[in-house]
Design a protein around this ligand. Structure first.
Ligand SMILES: [Zn+2]
Length: 137
């Protein structure tokens, strides 16, 4: 009992306050670091979200079946020359993959005109001629 009391009395009066102060500042620092970390995580998520959204938007607006055969044939020359914008190029490519007649026209165009015109209709041949004309400056 006596020893206990003496121990308590020998404890410097300012120690508890100092310890509490130290704990408080440690906690405050930790909290600051935690909020900083979560802020940077949010920032990273935000940035990657924006980048991802941009990527998805530019990707989804680029490809699909949005062009007609006429538009495709109009762009075939530029497509062959490789001077199209990536988005348009993707559209042409997607159309060529899904459209046998345009693909045929492209094959004929890039492989030279071999005069084998049975499978090419009058309309398609006209478009092809137009496209060939455009290819010459
Ligand atoms: Zn087509």
């Amino acid at each position: 009992m006596n020893a206990h009391e003496q121990q308590w009395e020998s404890c410097p009066s300012g120690l508890m306050g100092e310890m509490a102060e130290g704990l408080r500042s440690t906690r405050a620092r930790r909290q600051t670091m935690r909020s900083f970390a979560s802020a940077s995580i949010v920032l990273v998520l935000l940035i990657s979200g924006v980048v991802l959204t941009n990527y998805v938007v530019s990707n989804s607006s680029a490809p699909p079946v949005s062009i007609t055969c006429r538009e495709c044939l109009d762009k075939l020359v530029d497509y062959r020359e490789g001077v199209l914008a990536p988005a348009i190029r993707a559209s042409v490519q997607a159309h060529l993959e899904g459209c046998p007649s345009c693909h045929d026209a492209y094959q004929k165009m890039s492989g030279g005109n071999d005069g084998r015109g049975e499978s090419t209709s009058q309309f398609e041949r006209g478009d092809l001629a137009l496209a060939m004309l455009k290819s010459r400056p």
